[in-house]
Design a protein around this ligand. Structure first.
Ligand code: PLP
Length: 383
């Protein structure tokens, strides 16, 4: 069994994907080809946000959002302690100080009460200037945006939504990537909507920021005349070279259609089979709060502290079942932050999660038989 079966998905979509790749190869429009605009328009419409700007990867997307807001040295950016490294790496890369905030043990997402505590503490100390929140839609579930937005409003903070894992999720019908003042996603192959290499996108309703983002993505080009083919030789700020390749956009177009038409619904079905199959075990299962919809980037259970995670993984592996630990280390304990202000975080929930979580094989193409096998092997191993 594959942890996330990307080959199976390719088999199903092969005719459309092959045609799309060959078409780009023959067109020679390898950079900024027409598929880029077509994809950006389709994604913006789906999310319900005015602007979508594609870029080279989900990490660049966050960095570019930070740069758009001029975030840098002396600024505090609040980031959940339980996430992939990029969420904190990008503000730090711009010179800001990530302040790590503990998460809710049931949703794995930033705990709004802990966020407010952390903001108050930074304000009271007065050393750093509280600027922005990077909220993460971990494992496909949107963060608690009604509470987080209220805190951002109260303390005058910008809200960045890191939806690298959250694309396709929603809250009461409002789509992920529409909750932040700027939102970002990733098309890394294993994300809910993945391409065949690296890719990312940035979303915002703000015209001025959208313009700045387009400029930063292409060497700080002058965007005052969007049809000027020589704009990238008129550089009005320091930018980056961060674009999605045309061929990746062409691959994403049929993949996005499958994603919308059935993949998100199917992966929800697979997750529901796990929840039904594992409900009478000692495992703590992932929850989706009322009104929330997850795109299930991962199905992550929590083991009782009495269960040896390594031994369980070894038993599953023997039965041909891969499993992963997302994530084994809290952000504030990553070596990159050792000795910095970012290492001073009180995140006991994250610390416990890091030693007890286990992610199970999941993708929209898993069958009931696949899930039954995983469930049976877990039950056997827990006896
Ligand atoms: C994967 C991921 C990123 C980075 O995306 P890349 O495309 O791999 O650069 C950022 N944040 C989170 C939460 C992620 O899971």
């Amino acid at each position: 069994m594959q942890f996330r079966d990307l080959q199976k998905q390719y088999e199903v979509l092969k005719p459309q994907i092959d045609e799309a790749m060959v078409k780009v190869a023959a067109s020679a429009h390898y950079i900024s080809g027409p598929e880029i605009k077509e994809l950006e328009k389709a994604l913006a419409e789906y999310v319900g946000v005015k602007h979508c700007i594609t870029c080279a990867n989900g990490t660049d997307a966050i960095t570019i959002a930070m740069r758009t807001w001029g975030i840098g040295k002396g600024d505090a950016v609040f980031v959940p302690d339980f996430t992939f490294f990029s969420s904190g790496e990008c503000p730090a890369d711009e010179g800001a100080t990530p302040i790590f905030v503990d998460v809710d043990p049931r949703t794995f997402n930033m705990d709004p009460a802990k966020l407010e505590e952390a903001v108050s503490k930074v304000k009271a100390e007065g050393k750093l200037s509280a600027k922005a929140v990077v909220a993460v839609d971990l494992f496909g579930l949107p963060a608690d945006y009604s509470a987080i937005q209220a805190i951002c409003k109260k303390y005058d903070l910008l809200l960045m939504e890191d939806a690298a894992q959250g694309f396709g999720g929603s809250i009461n019908g409002k789509m992920a990537c529409s909750f932040g003042d700027i939102a970002t996603t990733s098309f890394f192959p294993a994300k809910p909507l993945g391409c065949y290499g690296d890719g990312g996108a940035i979303f915002t309703d703000n015209d001025e920021w959208a313009d700045l983002i387009r400029s930063i993505c292409v060497h700080g080009k002058d965007t005052s005349n969007p049809n000027d083919p020589n704009a990238k030789y008129n550089n009005i700020r320091i930018g980056k070279n961060s674009r999605l390749d045309t061929i990746q956009a062409a691959i994403l177009l049929p993949k996005f259609k499958a994603f919308k038409d059935y993949e998100v619904a199917d992966v929800n079905k697979v997750a529901a089979w796990y929840t039904e199959g594992l409900k009478d075990t000692c495992l703590v299962l992932p929850v989706v709060p009322e009104g929330f919809y997850s795109s299930w980037a991962q199905y992550t259970v929590q083991l009782p502290e009495s269960v040896d995670r390594k031994a369980l993984q070894a038993k599953l592996k023997e039965a041909g079942i891969p499993s992963m630990v997302y994530y084994a280390k809290p952000m504030h304990l990553q070596g990159a932050f050792a000795g910095t202000e970012s290492a001073n975080a009180d995140c006991v929930v994250t610390e416990k999660l890091c030693s007890t979580v286990l992610s199970l094989p999941l993708d929209p193409y898993k069958t009931k038989e696949d899930v039954d096998l995983v469930v049976a092997e877990i039950k056997k191993a827990l006896l």
